[in-house]
Design a protein around this ligand. Structure first.
Ligand code: SF4
Ligand code: SF4
Length: 392
């Protein structure tokens, strides 16, 4: 029998309001009714939110950045994905005729489909209400349209009537979590155009896959909703932990036995009867206690040394503002913590054996941490940016 997920709950978990995420706050348009209302409630966030907004504006507004190559990459990956955020892309009516697969059969088919369209791992677990956002805060839901228009001009049909701050209700029973690996030779370049490229590439793949999987399930007769980079109703990481993709690491990312921290997630929630997987205990909580490599290496100091009690659960609480400010400082996404994690290693027999030892032999973990420092270096050594992604 499964021992359950490895996060420790103490007290009540309040559903998280998407308006409080850094990515929602940086999208607040200065002087808009939503911005004024939000910052009247949280005046202490005004300064930091405006700094974050400047970085995002540089990334997204045509002509604001002086790196046109990076802009073109951003446009290709992220703006294409935005079209798949529309309501009739992520959701819709199920077909009237239902397949009559058993939960085990349905789970096997759904996983095979997800892998066939590009997921590197796929697991199924319950959808717990505590991981469903309480209110909407993401970009397409801004009242009055999105004037800062990297994604849509005006309000597309389907979003009309949808409002920033709308309460979220999602009663699906299950969640299919998909993980997509990033290429370490690109993410390991630090905070560069190559990281932008790779993160965008993998997000675009995950966005399309989640939309495809949700449509597949609806066509089989069951409700299904895609949750991806551009349109979430849930917190993907704890949902993926519940399904057994991996454990929450110190770095704030989910860490999986196979791919380490170097992956991105997308999820489909559904009422299709599916056999659930168990959460996993790969020893991450103890390993991270002994490791700290991401915290020591992070250039922004965003990764903490100690766990704290955050909204009812003990965890290492990332400082997203510090992290995003570093991205703003370099002008690019950063992949340092995902790269230095000792679990982020090539998929080969040697590293599979080391991972197996880390999972099964708690007494060896400290030695493995030291060994990783000796072999790969205690700090971060950036890999070269591929020639084609350089200027000229
Ligand atoms: S992405 Fe970079 S800045 Fe952000 S937490 Fe990781 S290492 Fe730190
Ligand atoms: S780098 Fe070390 S401390 Fe950070 S997530 Fe990976 S194992 Fe945990």
């Amino acid at each position: 029998m499964s021992a359950g997920p490895t996060y420790v709950i103490e007290g009540e978990i309040r559903r998280f309001d998407e308006r409080d995420t850094a990515f929602s706050r940086e999208a607040l348009i200065e002087g808009s009714p939503n911005e004024i209302a939000y910052h009247t409630m949280y005046p202490e966030k005004i300064e930091i939110d405006r700094k974050l907004a400047r970085f995002i504006t540089l990334k997204m507004e045509p002509g604001c950045s002086d790196d046109h190559f990076a802009d073109a990459i951003y446009e290709a990956h992220f703006k294409s994905s935005a079209a798949l955020a529309l309501p009739d892309m992520v959701d819709g009516e199920p077909a009237s005729e239902k397949t009559d697969w058993s939960p085990a059969q349905a789970a096997a088919k759904v996983k095979a489909f997800a892998r066939a369209i590009g997921a590197d791992d796929v697991r199924i677990g319950p959808l717990k209400q505590e991981w469903v956002y309480s209110h909407r805060g993401s970009r397409p839901f801004f009242e009055g349209g999105y004037s800062n228009a990297p994604y849509f001009s005006g309000i597309p049909e389907g979003y009309q009537g949808a409002r920033y701050g709308d309460p979220v209700e999602l009663g699906h029973s299950g969640a299919i979590s998909m993980a997509f690996d990033q290429k370490k030779d690109l993410v390991g370049t630090g905070s560069t155009r190559a990281v932008d490229f790779e993160v965008g590439r993998v997000y675009a793949k995950s966005v399309l896959a989640s939309v495809q999987l949700a449509r597949f399930i609806r066509a089989l007769g069951y409700p299904a909703r895609a949750h991806h980079l551009r349109n979430y109703l849930i917190m993907l990481v704890p949902v993926a932990v519940d399904s057994g993709i991996g454990e929450l690491g110190r770095c704030g990312y989910i860490v999986s036995r196979k791919s380490g921290a170097n992956l991105r997630l997308a999820t489909v929630t559904t009422d299709m009867p599916l056999e659930f997987d168990d959460p996993v205990d790969i020893g991450m909580q103890d390993f991270c206690d002994k490791c700290k490599k991401c915290a020591v290496t992070c250039p922004s100091g965003a990764i903490p040394l100690e766990k704290t009690l955050v909204n009812g659960s003990w965890r290492w609480k990332l400082n997203p503002e510090a992290c995003l400010q570093y991205w703003g400082h370099t002008g690019y996404t950063c992949g340092i913590c995902q790269t230095v994690c000792p679990w982020t290693k090539p998929h080969n027999i040697f590293h599979r054996s080391v991972a197996s030892a880390a999972v099964n032999l708690p007494w060896i973990r400290r030695a493995l941490v030291k060994g990783d420092d000796v072999v790969y270096g205690a700090g971060f050594s950036p890999l070269p940016v591929p020639r084609w992604l350089e200027d000229g």
